[in-house]
Design a protein around this ligand. Sequence first.
Ligand code: DAH
Length: 342
Amino acid sequence: MTERINELIAEVEAFSSRAAGEIEDFRIRMLGRKGRVTELMEEFKTVAPEMKRTLGQKLNELKTKAQQRINDLKATAGTSTAKIPAAGDMTRPGKGAAEPTGSRHPISLVRNEIVGIFDRMGYTVAEGPEIEDDRHVFTALNFAPEHPARDMQDTFFIEKNPDVLLRTHTSSIQVRVMETQEPPIRVICPGRVFRNEAISYRAHCIFHQVEGLYIDEGVSFADLKQTLLHFAREMFGAETKIRLRPSYFPFTEPSAEMDVSCALCGGKGCPVCKGTGWLEIMGCGMVDPNVLEACGIDNKKYTGFAFGMGIERIAMLKYGVGDLRLYFENDVRFLHQFAAAL
Ligand code: DAH
């Protein structure tokens, strides 16, 4: 009898179907009034008392398994009339292309690359709030009260309160870092920024920047230059040259604008670099002593440099994207082109 029970258990386990009719037939054949399990139950009554315990357990196992299998199959019945083998064909190829894979957004790719380069130079990542106050975006960064950048034209203010605004640059993060950390400070601050600009192929009201800040004893302009040269070579290739042009920012003195040699024409001049051989990619300079003081850092003991760049601009140069709006429209045809660049 044990053998017959085992045979039936194997049969139950092997049975599979999606056709409701076949499942019902199977139920009748097993558990119906004249079914094989029911028959065994009858026979069980005549078994010698010393055998009852083990055989009873086995029989119960068979009955529960049969019931369970039938219930499970009924739950999926009707989806197809084809018989499916219990374990499926394990050698069939996977569905693969049926599940589309996503891709990273080009802005994330470029941000990760920039952060990676500075991470290898010992910088840590710092972040800050997108909704800011005047102090962190302007005042502590040495913007004079009448500075045009505070104008409603550029800055989004919230609820008519001039002290609640969307940050217009990630330089606000350097203020927050200096307020809370002691030098030496070496941070890289990626983030989203907002400006009240008309949207066109070359301007948007939302974009992304990466800010860098290095403060310690004896930091010089030469350190800034060497750091940025290393960055440019990592980002655009070992042959890249840099050029620093004098400029003005309220929070740095002296200030400069950095150009890299055009990777497309190798500096000879082409439409992308407008024939100059150079591409402007960031602003930089030595942190103004007024800024150090406003953030509680001893400006007699410490000096530092800062720099800031737009991620969209670098992504445009790297991938040859001519229209800023593409970054924000989430058109999958655009985004899929970056699938390989994970
Ligand atoms: N915050 C500047 C901007 O949004 C960029 C910048 C320039 C950042 C010079 C800096 C810097 O840290 O030193 O245009």
